[in-house]
Design a binder for this molecule. Structure first.
Ligand SMILES: Nc1ncnc2c1ncn2[C@@H]1O[C@H](COP(=O)(O)OP(=O)(O)OP(=O)(O)O)[C@@H](O)[C@H]1O
Ligand SMILES: [Mg+2]
Length: 451
């Protein structure tokens, strides 16, 4: 429901406004003095304020100025005495949306003026909502952690954000924050207002790779019904994030290399060289060096990408980050799930610190979310942690069903561990495969065999 504040010392004006706007289904808050009006404005945050220019305590222009700074989204309509043209000019210069002359002879004018102001406020609110979303996206790139490694990481990001470095390679185990770093590099840099485009190289086929990246001309192949820009072109001025870069098929690697070397490319089926200014941030959780040795990744492309390498250590190697991250995720989860869990108990914290975190920060985040949702008290106690924590440091990762009381076959223990990891990553198969150090195909096979 829209709300209007009316600040006027004349009672009949307040009642008139309340009656006329009340018919339009607008909530009206009356105030008789400037001071009372401002207090009410801070409290109800009205869409529109009607302010009498001559108030008993504070000058109306003063009230207007105060509203403009403290409640910038509220539209202000000044009420002036008939014929006071100087004060109208003054009001408009100070940011009033409109003015109404007393006595109100044409009530229609009041309705129209308020309706127009409401429209304006709606537009203004929409703009600040969009800006807020932008900032929100930016905020998600906040990198939490107190370890030396993470501090250095933040420094490197801000240095690189200011530099013109064109290729950056981010390496780290699954869930360590590679994507977060890639976004940080973009949103902290001068490129932030240009697009951040991303492509998961593991998810596109060899045949599609080239056209996804470089686009295609109409008729380049059967399905090419129209000319299409590729990600490289769409990211012009910004950043292209090549996630899981190790998964690019060999044939496509050659094409990417050429593009990186020459900084130009052609659309599939096109003849024109297209030049773009794109920063490439590539990420991988596999060792590209090992892949180069095994022949799975081109050495020349590796050197091209590896100009500025950033390696994010696994969480178990930066334990100082565990509690700051856990507390950060606790606050976030409270907001998301409308809960008010205050803290982790001391014993819980000890167990969190001792755990090896095979799924790294993602695993920690998922765990904290689950704990917050399930929690009924103010403190998360050790008993609320899942089984794999209960043994403390000495028993390590293995959940109860992997260290059974009765002897079991190797296959059974293996399956139990696979299921344990799957639970940890919310059943995300490719995630689980990464943690287990096997391919998705192998994982699928093992699961199929078990049933
Ligand atoms: N230092 C950090 N501070 C705050 N949040 C973090 C941090 N590191 C990781 N995260 C969060 O953990 C989750 C996993 O991070 P991200 O997706 O960046 O990992 P990744 O390295 O890209 O993993 P994968 O290799 O599986 O793609 C995300 O929700 C991310 O926001
Ligand atoms: Mg990722």
């Amino acid at each position: 429901m829209n709300s209007v504040l009316v600040i006027d010392d004349e009672r009949n004006i307040r009642t008139l406004v309340a009656r006329v706007l009340g018919q339009e289904n607008i909530e009206v808050h009356p105030a008789a003095t400037g001071k009372e009006g401002l207090e009410m404005a801070y409290e109800v945050d009205p869409d529109v304020a009607l302010v009498d220019l001559r108030l008993p305590d504070i000058d109306g222009i003063q009230v207007l100025r105060e509203l403009r700074t403290r409640r910038p989204e509220t539209a202000v309509i000044m009420i002036t005495a008939y014929g006071h043209i100087e004060s109208v000019v003054m009001a408009m210069k100070n940011g009033a949306t409109d003015y109404l002359e007393k006595p109100f002879q044409h009530l229609e004018k009041l309705r129209i003026s308020v309706a127009r102001a409401l429209e304006e406020v709606k537009a203004r609110r929409e703009i600040s909502r969009l800006q807020g979303m932008q900032e929100g996206r930016y905020k998600t790139t906040q990198i939490i952690g107190e370890s030396g490694g993470t501090r250095r990481l933040r420094e490197i990001i801000s240095q690189l954000a200011r530099s013109e470095a064109h290729t950056i390679l981010v390496q780290g185990e699954s869930g360590t924050g590679k994507e977060l770093v890639a976004r940080g590099l973009h949103f902290e840099s001068a490129r932030r207002s240009a697009p951040f485009m991303e492509v998961n190289c593991a998810a596109i086929t060899e045949t599609l790779f080239e056209s996804e990246l470089f686009g295609h001309e109409k008729g380049a192949f059967t399905d090419a019904k129209a000319t299409k820009k590729g990600l490289m072109e769409l990211a012009d001025g910004g950043t292209l994030f090549l996630d899981e870069v190790g998964e690019i098929p060999l044939a496509s690697q050659a094409k990417l290399l050429r593009c990186l070397q020459e900084r130009t490319f052609k659309r599939v089926g096109g003849t024109r060289d297209i030049k773009v200014d794109v920063r490439i941030v590539a990420a991988t959780n596999r060792s590209l060096e090992t892949m180069v040795k095994d022949g799975g990744f081109r050495e020349d492309l590796f050197y091209r990408l590896n100009v500025i390498p950033i390696t994010i250590p696994p969480l178990r190697e930066r334990r100082e980050d565990i509690l700051p991250l856990a507390r950060h995720f606790l606050t976030e989860a409270n907001t998301t799930f409308h809960k008010a869990v205050g803290r982790f108990g001391p014993e819980t914290e000890t167990l969190l610190l001792a755990y090896p975190w095979p799924g790294n920060v993602r695993e920690l985040k998922n765990l904290v979310e689950r704990l917050v949702i399930l929690s009924t008290g103010d403190t998360i106690e050790a008993g609320e942690l899942p089984n794999q924590f209960s043994g403390g440091a000495s028993e390590g990762v293995f959940p109860a069903d992997v260290t059974p009381r009765e002897p079991r076959t190797l296959a059974a223990v293996e399956l139990a561990y696979i299921q344990h990891v799957l639970r940890q990553v919310n059943n995300n198969k490719s995630e689980a495969a990464k943690i287990l150090g096997i391919t998705r195909q192998t994982l699928r096979k093992k699961l199929a065999e078990a049933t």
